[in-house]
Design a protein around this ligand. Sequence first.
Ligand SMILES: Cc1ncc(COP(=O)(O)O)c(C=O)c1O
Length: 490
Amino acid sequence: MSPSALTDLDQHDRVPAAPSNGVHLPNGHLSTTVLNGHARTAFLLDRNLHKSFPVVERGSGSYLYLKDGRVIFDATSGAAVSCLGHGNKRVFKAISAILSTGIPYLASTFWACEVVEELCKKLIDGTGGKMARVYLTGSGSEAMEAAIKLARQVFYENDPATRRVNFITREGSYHGNTIGALAMSGHPVRRAPYEPFLMDNVHHVSACNAYRQRADGESDSSFVARKATELEAKFQELGPETVIGFVAEPVVGAALGCVPSVPGYLKAMRDVCHKHGALFILDEVMSGMGRCGTLHAWQNEDVVPDLQTVGKGLGGGYQPVAAVFISSRVVNTLLNGSGQFVHGQTYQGMPVQAAAALEVQRIVEEENLVGNVKRQGLYLEKCLRSRLADHPNVGDIRGRGLFWGLEFVKDKATKEPFDPRLGVAQRVHDTAISAPFNMTMYPGTGTVDGFRGDHVILAPAYNVTEEDIEHIAQVTSNVVHQVFRKLGSL
Ligand SMILES: Cc1ncc(COP(=O)(O)O)c(C=O)c1O
């Protein structure tokens, strides 16, 4: 299938070409320097002020069309966001329809809105009624902030002098960049500049990383028992009556590169939490909403959390929208208490966010895309393993659904990582995104201990075909072979 055959945007949808020497604003200022299709911004405080980025002009399906004429296969859905791919006309139509009502925004303090309630009903239905309510936010970090505060309020409602002040989270985790969410994260590099003012009531236990932590011959059940013992010890160290809850990603995303929890782990962790009356909280911002082959990652083992955050795949990138799923235990505490969550933001549950997310979720359901994620995910695993399992620098291939990570090592036997100064993951990304490969791969570092270690993530759209999967696996293999061949010759 040629990329042009996938284009469903009309000619008039195209972004007009900018002059190659920059985009001129009406006041004559040059906003952007464009050179060879790459832009270095002049006014936007970009992610990296020393770098220039390829300019994207439009997107359609799994393809991004660049200013330099190249067509990129988006094998990562951005950062595991664009679950329907780009340019979905149905979602555009739903957004236009809500805009035409004149209420893209409504103050949630004063008004109710049908599309918002409709979305929340659909989301609760998707849990099989195992969660009770939904709190809508604009980003995953905001969803985590809301979950943190709601968890604390559960205990405060019953006893304003409650001693429950501590959270237990995990090393090798990422829960967002706002101060509360960052404090919950076990991501040393992102935490470093802000360490002095991150909450000191967040305590870490180890992640559940079979590749790095499982002893030779250790069974799933012994490994899980070890993790449960560690969590129990942390509760005892802090005083079980001081712990609000334990937070984990069921499949760790950016921090570790798609590390799934070992079977039995979620249940064991939940049991420890519940034994001590604490909350079991799952962060599914990256791994949820279908990404792992079940609508919610916890549905893989039916371990229902007390609170759960979702984000990226909820709105598929068509609107900034995220959410907290709230169990009846938590809702009932509020209902029987103050009746009010002491929290709120201006942009919360906006009709335009809800309309986009509702349409994305309808499409996911009507087109049975979660089933496709499961099917194509198994095929992706097979294709990756057959091409790369024997590569001397591919230490581990792991993931679930359409959420796969490759961890790179210098020595496969000892699992020794590369020197971080080599920037291995970045090299893989840079090579992948360049001609002739023209495909995205999401790089990450600190995979071993927060500082050392390299991985990349693959997370294509839910509607990919077998042909797409073969393309992704082949390009990945070609890129990996080229990067390590070159590294070997340095
Ligand atoms: C697991 C997880 N939680 C929370 C967040 C924060 O989400 P956002 O970037 O939308 O604030 C992310 C973002 O990557 C994430 O992967």
